[in-house]
Design a protein around this ligand. Structure first.
Ligand SMILES: Cc1cc2nc3c(=O)[nH]c(=O)nc-3n(C[C@H](O)[C@H](O)[C@H](O)COP(=O)(O)O)c2cc1C
Length: 162
């Protein structure tokens, strides 16, 4: 088997531009969540999405145990929210406005859109897992907001080609 240099792996995969989401949940009434880029649409029928939580995530086990999670798509002006949720072991919710969605998972104020899901399945995938969510509720909250983008280790925003 060819061995892959970890730095080359990160550099090469960093050429792929993505949005940034906050995956949230609520276990016994206590909100939890973390920043992620590994989010994708998966299936229309049934309506499924996927997210890849790291095995080191301290928040994901709480979302998993609650049986549901909500994907919050960040707007370009929400980099501070991304920075907050990219930390581990800190209070991430007391400084933010949010409301519970249908699953009880937090919907953060100011996001472009949210996708509230029940956890359908979780598959092993090396140092991450692949969590499949079945959509229970979703909405676009701001059709005009630009999304926060992550590319080559830095943040930016979308500009349409002429
Ligand atoms: C832009 C960006 C993308 C990230 N993508 C993921 C991801 O897809 N999966 C993941 O588990 N962590 C991802 N992280 C890292 C987590 O946000 C970070 O490890 C966080 O501290 C985890 O918090 P927790 O321990 O409360 O779960 C990402 C961080 C950033 C800044």
């Amino acid at each position: 088997m060819t061995s892959i240099d970890p730095r080359q792996f990160r550099t090469t995969l960093g050429q792929f531009c993505s949005g940034v989401v906050i995956a949230t949940g609520s276990l016994a009434g206590v909100p939890a969540g973390f920043a992620a880029q590994s989010f994708t649409s998966l299936s229309l029928d049934p309506p499924l999405i996927a997210l890849c939580p790291a095995r080191t995530s301290s928040s994901w086990p709480k979302l998993r145990d609650s049986g549901s999670f909500c994907i919050n798509i960040l707007a370009a002006n929400q980099k501070p929210v991304c920075d907050l949720f990219a930390k581990s072991g800190v209070d991430k919710f007391s400084s933010l406005a949010w409301r519970p969605g249908v699953t009880g998972s937090p919907i953060l104020d100011g996001v472009v859109a949210y996708i509230d899901c029940d956890l359908e399945a979780e598959h092993d995938a090396g140092d991450h897992t692949i969590a499949v969510g079945r959509v229970r509720d979703m909405a676009v909250l701001d059709e005009t907001a630009a999304p926060l983008l992550f590319f080559r280790g830095t943040y930016g925003q979308f500009g349409a080609l002429a």
